[in-house]
Design a protein around this ligand. Sequence first.
Ligand SMILES: Nc1ncnc2c1ncn2[C@@H]1O[C@H](COP(=O)(O)OP(=O)(O)OP(=O)(O)O)[C@@H](O)[C@H]1O
Length: 261
Amino acid sequence: MESTVLELDGLSKAYGAIQALDDVSFAVRENEVLALMGDNGAGKSTLIKILSGVNDPTRGMFYVNGQEANFGSYEDAEAAGIATVYQDLAIAPNRTVKENVFLGKEPLVEGKLGEWLRIVDDDEMERQADKVLNELGMEIDPNADCGDLSGGQQQSVAIARAIESDPDIVIMDEPTSALSVEAADRILNLIERLKEQGRTVLLVDHNLEEVFEVADRAAVLASGRLVGVEDIDRLDQESMIQMMMGSELDGDASVAGTAAE
Ligand SMILES: Nc1ncnc2c1ncn2[C@@H]1O[C@H](COP(=O)(O)OP(=O)(O)OP(=O)(O)O)[C@@H](O)[C@H]1O
């Protein structure tokens, strides 16, 4: 029996009269790649923002490793074990790879003037950045300027930054949407690497071929509601599209009410 790393219980979010998320409940298993699917406006970004501490739900709760999550910020989510790689990566192009991996969380050391003037520990930052990059199998120089990297390499640095906090759960919002097929392939390999490391990945990806390649299960939203959570092996592109249009899959395990375990 798989254990649950993240449990959503009746999550709802309204923006004025718009019900962006409506009573969504399901369980995410430890060490799975779960694709979060849905058409434009289905509620995927809204859900990601709640899970990563950016927005509060209007109703409902969720639990990380059995603990009720009550996040006020991205930092809270990170401390609870959830890190998010956003679609607009927010990589600083004028900084080096190692600086981007640690942006805002640089290891510090006392300067010549004592404790009150602490400076960034450059050697420690390089050592740690190199370790994270190596663990992910990335051959990127920690001292390279991010502005000189390809889009795929920049996306990899954004993933390295997420991994730096050693999260149990990594949320990725369309990580391949701006990339060439070759670069996208490397990101899919990275997702597999994260899984080998024992992490759980929540992936938003509009490319069905990629989803079928890398995901274990898919949770499908339509108009803010959960249509179902399915093993990827039970789905094909046609049935996935049907679900994204709001039709539950025929069979016993597909309805939203039985999806949470
Ligand atoms: N800040 C906001 N204010 C008002 N309405 C919003 C806001 N954010 C999202 N919405 C609305 O909530 C609904 C769900 O949007 P959301 O962005 O979560 O969908 P999505 O599945 O991520 O779509 P996409 O694939 O296009 O990114 C949509 O009707 C959207 O217009």
